[in-house]
Design a binder for this molecule. Structure first.
Ligand SMILES: [Fe+2]
Length: 281
């Protein structure tokens, strides 16, 4: 039987948190977790109290720090494909303002769909391995991020035969953050608050305005340029979850996307972990 990570000693746990930070994510197989054990395990890395979730229909009452990711009605994220993104781009209040937040996402597989692929891209390495001149160009780019309409839900989410009212109703469920407006913006090259390395932080579908060296620039060519950096086999790991698989990924150093879910039994348990004080505690 595989070593059970829930039995990690404190030293192994610290080693695990360091590995996530160095490699962007870790993945284990054949792990046996109850909901309570999963929350406890994640809690050893950092706080699992998500400021946006915990009271929704997909949070089990007994274990509100878990979100059920499933295509079943009213569960988190439905069945559609999800475009490249990281979790927590525009949804969190940090020091009183809407900001991104440094954290990890844990996904534990309970039931699976053999046709669904979750891809994780190491956007830190993709950036760090660019020629210096190109890195310098990116350091001048700033963007305004918003949940633009369907956002990461992609095109699949709103089939053309749906009425506008139905589309709006569905969208409203997911647009929770107030809009960034005017010149509100952030740089796309950021430094990881714990890891200290530079990385490209941004989700292509969320860009509503862009600047380079202070001048407004078009979004489309910028998105294309970003796509050329990020969409490279070398930096992407494709995962077809099987029961017992557990993935923990850094939301700054990695992006992820998912193909549509065909087998409606697929179920993951998701826990968000704030790991601000993990390495030095
Ligand atoms: Fe996500």
């Amino acid at each position: 039987m595989e070593k059970q990570i829930k039995d990690f000693t404190d030293e192994e746990m610290l080693n695990e948190a360091t590995r996530i930070l160095t490699e962007g994510f870790t993945l284990y197989y054949d792990q046996q977790f109850t909901m309570g054990e999963l929350v406890e395990y994640c809690g050893r890395i950092g706080s699992t109290d998500d400021d946006m979730l915990g009271y929704m229909q997909f949070n089990p009452e007994e274990h509100p720090d878990i979100s059920i990711v499933s295509p079943k009605p009213d569960m988190l994220l439905g069945h559609c494909d999800l475009e490249w993104h990281s979790n927590g781009t525009v949804h969190h209040v940090v020091d009183g303002v809407w900001e991104h937040k440094e954290w990890l996402i844990c996904l534990y597989c309970v039931d699976y769909c053999p046709d669904t692929v979750l891809s994780v891209s190491n956007n830190r390495d993709a950036f760090l391995e660019l020629p210096e001149e190109e890195k310098q160009w990116w350091r001048g780019v700033e963007v305004q991020l918003n949940n633009n309409g369907g956002s990461i839900m992609g095109q699949y989410w709103n089939p053309p035969n749906k009425s506008d009212a139905a589309k709006t109703a569905r969208m409203e469920k997911y647009v929770q953050a107030p809009k960034h407006e005017g010149d509100s913006r952030m740089p796309v090259v950021n430094t990881h608050p714990i890891g200290g390395q530079e990385f490209l932080y941004w989700q292509p579908p969320l860009i509503s305005k862009a600047w380079h060296n202070g001048e407004r620039i078009d979004i489309k060519p910028l998105q294309k340029k970003f796509d050329a950096v990020i969409n490279r086999t070398k930096y992407i790991k494709d995962i077809v979850f099987r029961p017992g698989d557990i993935l923990i990924m850094d939301q700054f150093y990695t992006l992820h996307r998912r193909s549509p879910i065909l087998d409606k039994n697929r179920e993951l348990w998701r826990v968000a972990i704030d790991y601000k004080h993990t390495i030095d505690k």
